[in-house]
Design a protein around this ligand. Structure first.
Ligand SMILES: Nc1ncnc2c1ncn2[C@@H]1O[C@H](COP(=O)(O)OP(=O)(O)OP(=O)(O)O)[C@@H](O)[C@H]1O
Ligand SMILES: [Zn+2]
Length: 745
């Protein structure tokens, strides 16, 4: 028996016994539920409501008339008032602001997710009621003349001042009792006021550490400030070569926004690695910003959430989930490294943080600044069509030059058998270290080796749950699956033919490169940076310190080392396998490889000494290598555009992926076939697949993929809704929809 139902937006029933109120609960219902309320409630207020045998916290919701027609949710049946359950109680917290509620509806409609699951992201904090504010006594203006003043009353009056004190503090300070204090209150000489708790978030000072900008920086920073001062939605791409001072320049936009008394949100792709960023912020604004990411402790989360809602946290730097914070007066959003695929959430609500930042900006009518040295083709296409403004920083700060990038042709310059560093790269490292400078080796692969092979029978160690090889992590003595986390000891003999000592590692991971570097560079002080060695923000901070203090001179790392670090002594970057990201036939493989390698290369030579970059590659003629060597990103992106445009690949068309998964291959195939049978047929719409996913088995589930591609003018959401509405999904079979997919695994 259900006593709640989906809301019908047309029905605002009222009766003498109460109002009909719709409440969105953080659960996967298709829309808000109806309840009965005896008090007037406004949209945004948080309420505890009964649901089955439990009580959950939900948010009073309105009909979603602000969504485009394509996005409107289906309307449920209306249940008579008499059968509705009654709302529990209202929480004494700030209501969710309208712009956040609209955003939640928008994200839900765009990603085809139940809105309650999106609301859940906005409430991922233990809300409960805010603690009752403490009350304290202050002296009133009333004269003492007509009142009898005993010695103990005298003592209390002497102890009281204009700073509020609690009853017990005041009684203690005057060596009297709380009865005396209350007596004075009755007599009108003391009054009770709220003691305001001091916020842990101190206001950043826009004039604290103002930099001296170069002429070019100054010009661009003016454009950014103007944008902020215009107080309306607009998007601007801030493109600038690595080390040109993009951060420095967008700090000026933050300062402008602070001067307007408005809040700022800065999104970084990987917030756990942001220590250098927050340090710089503190040097510029005198205080640390508020930080938001999934690893925050519960208490800090709650404090931050409330401080954002009250406008006390003025600058928040966070991961994509910070988009769902209840900003009171958001005046600017900045997305740093906008091209990063880490902005895409691949589980649960699958949304792209950069794209949704733009929606958020539009809904609060605030400008959005996208920042990158290698902007995505999506963003460049928006610049070209005139939708986004574009500002450029063309040179490195302080006269530093761009690093010179050269190719190491691995066919001609091959390392010895079983080794991976070419003689040419090794010589360069020797020279760099001899000059007292730092070098970095980059390989985007954790562990020792990506594949373990039996020399005797050809057996390959595979994950029992996934269609993937097990990766050897020699330091831990295990083979592990990077997709599902499966882990096993490295076997002593081949599990298939039982030959002993026949298992060999194939290919390198950074552990193996580290082993080679230790043998090859005997005096080097090596630091390894990967998610395995830098498990916590403090470990990362310590690694950064070691580099800054020159306690190490050879850094070996995965993509962590590519991030926006600034290491003045680092002059050489060696990319161990520049071809690594090119396989796999992913739509954006080439674009992503250019972006990643350009960013890694950009770590070299950022200060006094010029930088050098070596790309070890077997495909020197590849457009990716040519673009990197010529430092010509623009022609490369033009070629990419020319390839994607004619067949409507994004950003010139739209894409949605359907991922079907089931416990057996047969069940997955059956559902995939059924879905394909109902595939829409119309002009400008194309269906690719079904086909086994590249990761055909993941965590024991068999996966099939379909791809829906449409011309730009055709929205995929209504097509998908219509297509899938009559498909029955049985048992543990599942269909996931990924709008604007980034991963094709
Ligand atoms: N006007 C300036 N005054 C003083 N220092 C500056 C100025 N502009 C840039 N810098 C310094 O130059 C270095 C590079 O600047 P910044 O990190 O802002 O560049 P970026 O374009 O964001 O780089 P990347 O894209 O590689 O992350 C930093 O140490 C920064 O403090
Ligand atoms: Zn696995």
């Amino acid at each position: 028996m259900t006593t709640h139902t989906l809301t019908n937006p047309k029905d605002n029933g009222k009766s003498s016994s109460g109002h009909r109120v719709s409440v969105l609960v953080p659960l996967p219902f298709p829309g808000p539920l109806d309840y009965l309320s005896h008090e007037a409630l406004s949209p945004g207020e948080l309420v505890a409501v009964p649901l089955g045998k439990r009580e959950v916290v939900g948010c009073v919701w309105e009909a979603t008339t602000h969504l485009p027609p394509d996005f409107q949710r289906p309307v449920g049946k209306t249940v008579p008032l008499s059968r509705l359950r009654t709302i529990g109680h209202k929480l004494e917290v700030q209501p969710l602001p309208p712009s956040l509620r609209h955003f939640i509806d928008w994200v839900a409609a765009y990603t085809l997710t139940p809105p309650g699951l999106v609301l859940a992201m906005a409430m991922r904090v233990h809300l409960g009621d805010t603690p009752k504010p403490a009350l304290g006594w202050v002296r009133t203006q009333k004269p003492e003349e007509k009142i009898r003043i005993t010695p103990s009353r005298r003592a209390v009056l002497d102890a009281a001042s204009h700073i509020p004190m609690t009853t017990s503090d005041l009684a203690e300070a005057s060596s009297t009792s709380s009865a005396v204090v209350r007596g004075l209150a009755t007599a009108g000489l003391l009054e009770q006021v709220v003691i305001s708790a001091s916020s842990p978030f101190h206001p950043p000072n826009p004039d604290y550490g103002t930099p001296r900008l170069s002429e070019e920086q100054e010009e661009v920073s003016k454009k950014l400030t103007n944008l902020v001062e215009a107080h309306h939605f607009d998007v601007l791409l801030l493109e600038g070569v690595t080390g040109s001072g993009k951060t420095e320049v967008y700090f000026e936009a933050i300062a402008a926004c602070l001067r307007q008394q408005k809040q700022v949100l800065v999104l970084l792709p990987e917030i756990a690695l942001s220590t250098q960023w927050t340090d710089r912020f503190a040097r510029r604004f005198g205080v640390e910003p508020a930080i938001w990411h999934s690893d925050l402790g519960a208490k800090r989360r709650r404090e931050t959430w409330h401080a954002v809602a009250k406008g006390e946290a003025q600058v928040v730097v966070g991961a994509r989930s910070a988009l769902f914070l209840p900003f009171e007066t958001l005046g600017l959003i900045i997305v740093d490294e906008e091209h990063e695929s880490a902005f895409k959430q691949e589980e649960g609500v699958m949304y792209h943080g950069r794209d949704m930042a733009i929606v958020r900006g539009r809904l609060v009518n605030a400008p959005v600044i996208l920042v990158s040295a290698t902007p995505s083709l999506e963003t460049l296409a928006n610049v070209e069509s005139g939708r986004y403004q574009h500002e450029l920083l063309t040179s490195r700060h302080g006269g530093a030059t761009m690093p010179s990038v050269s190719l190491v042709d691995m066919k001609e310059n091959s390392p010895e058998r079983g080794f991976f560093l070419s003689p040419k790269l090794c010589t360069a490292i020797d020279e760099t270290l001899a000059n007292g400078e730092q070098a970095m080796l980059f390989l985007n692969r954790r562990g020792y080796a990506p594949l373990t092979l039996c020399r005797a029978c050809g057996y390959r160690a595979q994950c029992p749950n996934c269609s993937a090889w097990l990766v050897e992590h020699r330091a831990r003595g295990v083979l592990t699956c990077h997709h599902c986390g499966h882990i096993e000891r490295i076997p002593k003999e081949c599990p298939q033919c039982h030959a002993e000592n026949s298992l060999v590692p194939i290919g390198p991971g950074i552990e193996r490169i580290t082993e080679e570097a230790k043998q090859r560079f005997l005096d080097a002080k090596i630091l390894v940076m990967s998610s395995d060695t830098l498990a916590s923000p403090s470990a990362t901070a310590e690694a950064i310190r070691q580099i800054a203090d020159e306690e190490v001179n050879l850094i070996i790392g995965t993509q962590i080392v590519a991030k926006g670090w600034h290491f003045p002594k680092l002059t050489l970057v060696g990319v161990v396998d520049a071809d690594l990201g090119l396989g796999g036939g992913d739509l954006r493989a080439a674009e992503r490889t250019v972006q990643l390698l350009h960013q890694v290369a950009g770590r070299a030579g950022r200060a006094a000494h010029a930088g050098q970059v070596y790309l070890q590659s077997y495909v020197g003629e590849h457009p990716v290598m040519k673009a990197l060597i010529a430092n010509d990103f623009q022609s490369f992106m033009e070629q990419e555009a020319a390839q994607r445009r004619p067949s409507f690949w994004p950003p010139y068309g739209r894409l949605a992926a359907l991922i079907i998964s089931a416990a057996t291959a047969e069940a997955a195939d059956a559902l995939a076939k059924e879905i394909a049978l109902y595939a829409p047929e119309r002009e400008g719409v194309q269906i690719l697949g079904p086909a086994p996913a590249p990761l055909a088995v993941l965590r024991g589930r068999h996966r099939r993929r379909l791809l829906l591609r449409t011309m730009r003018g055709i929205a995929v959401q209504p097509i998908l809704r219509d297509w899938l509405k009559d498909i029955k999904v049985k048992g543990t079979t599942k269909i996931e929809i990924d709008i604007d997919p980034i991963s094709f695994l």
